[in-house]
Design a protein around this ligand. Sequence first.
Ligand SMILES: Cc1cc2nc3c(=O)[nH]c(=O)nc-3n(C[C@H](O)[C@H](O)[C@H](O)COP(=O)(O)OP(=O)(O)OC[C@H]3O[C@@H](n4cnc5c(N)ncnc54)[C@H](O)[C@@H]3O)c2cc1C
Length: 436
Amino acid sequence: MSESIETVLVWFRNDLRVEDHQSLHKAMTTQKRVIAYYAFSPKYFEINKWGFKKTDKFRTQFLIDSVLDLKKALAKLNISLIIDLKAPESSLPEYIHQYQVETIFLQKEWTSEEKKQEEEIAQKVETSLQWERSYDQFLLHPDDLPFSVDQTPEVFGNYRKKCEKEVSVRTLIATHNALPVTNLIELETPLPKLSDLGLEDIDLDARTAFPFKGGTQNALDRLDDYFWKSKKLSYYKNTRNGLIGPDYSSKFSPWLASGSLSPKMIYWEIKRYEKEIQKNQSTYWLIFELIWRDYFKCISLKHGTKIFKIGGILNRKYPWNDSQKIFEQWANGQTPEAFVNAHMIEMNRTGWMSNRGRQNVASYFAKDLKMDWRIGAAYFESQLIDYDVHSNYGNWMYVSGVGNDPRDRKFDVRWQAERYDPQAKFQNLWLQKTLF
Ligand SMILES: Cc1cc2nc3c(=O)[nH]c(=O)nc-3n(C[C@H](O)[C@H](O)[C@H](O)COP(=O)(O)OP(=O)(O)OC[C@H]3O[C@@H](n4cnc5c(N)ncnc54)[C@H](O)[C@@H]3O)c2cc1C
């Protein structure tokens, strides 16, 4: 293809799918050549100021798998995916120039790192370049909310009730037929391996709650198992505080965070399940949790960079500690609390921790150890397969008393261990010395 063909580019970041994808859909209706782009920016793998990698091996491997799956799905649509190992702010302008891209289609992000990337690119390219941004990560589209996002209620219950009463979930966006084969460009950009990104290989721990593998196909397989084959969805409300094994909760979060699955895809499957199998409190509760996910996105839209500040959205002043030694004891699972340690070891070994575990270790870090909660949040960011900026910082603020918990609760970790791990099965699983 000659380089003067009118071209548009879809920039994939946290939306690694072709189904229910607004930006891809819009790009494919332009009648222009469509190319796609994803970057494993070296910045994601740098060591942060607290001495650990911003993104460690578990999420990275998951992303590599997800991008491979995306590449294959795009190939079926005759769209080439450029996989970049450089920072997009340095090399995307070159691709834009080389292919004379007129429009970039992308999911609308608003957190500081993503905005800075976009601003730097905009400074390096022609001012005529069009940017088409779409919100594509929500269950309830922000434009449909019964209030402007600036007016998002600070108490989740108020937000949820208003939304449940007044907002409908939009239908899925159709996937296009393949473009003509002439849409493909001649450029082969290989996927990186962990070692190319300066990360160690994964030695999979047999105790893992779930063998996560990235990509939409794996997400759909999990959905099929959890909903249709095992019908575990019917019991979700009773099992969701579990700690061991694949089925106490949906395990959808890594695919939601990377965008291999959209929340609408899950919602409409729940609705089908309610029609065809059963509608009960559990089927509702999974939707309820997806609304929590949306809520933290609205909170971060409303409060901007405050979600990264020590005082959080409340501007609270607490005497925070930042001892490296205390942080390391917590991170390595060497505190005096076995329940906390077992969870930290689980996350270090697998990139996963249950919601119950996250609440406990975060509360212990912020409220017992009185450590700067942002160090704990950054450690989760580094380790978790399902790291999502809004859910992570929103939940950390909530648990640390600088966010949306109107009651500012503290978890009694010993009571929690007795309640949720009465026979210490979970603690024994992760604290047994022989396996290390
Ligand atoms: C300190 C702390 C940090 C967290 N960091 C993250 C994070 O980085 N990424 C992330 O996706 N979740 C985060 N969570 C929320 C929650 O723990 C996970 O979403 C959940 O454990 C994922 O497991 P699941 O997919 O099986 O969830 P399920 O229980 O099956 O719930 C279904 C979906 O609902 C959403 N959801 C459930 N609970 C929450 C919640 N409390 N807040 C926001 N969304 C929720 C998730 O997308 C989840 O996949 C955090 C929670 C805490 C307390």
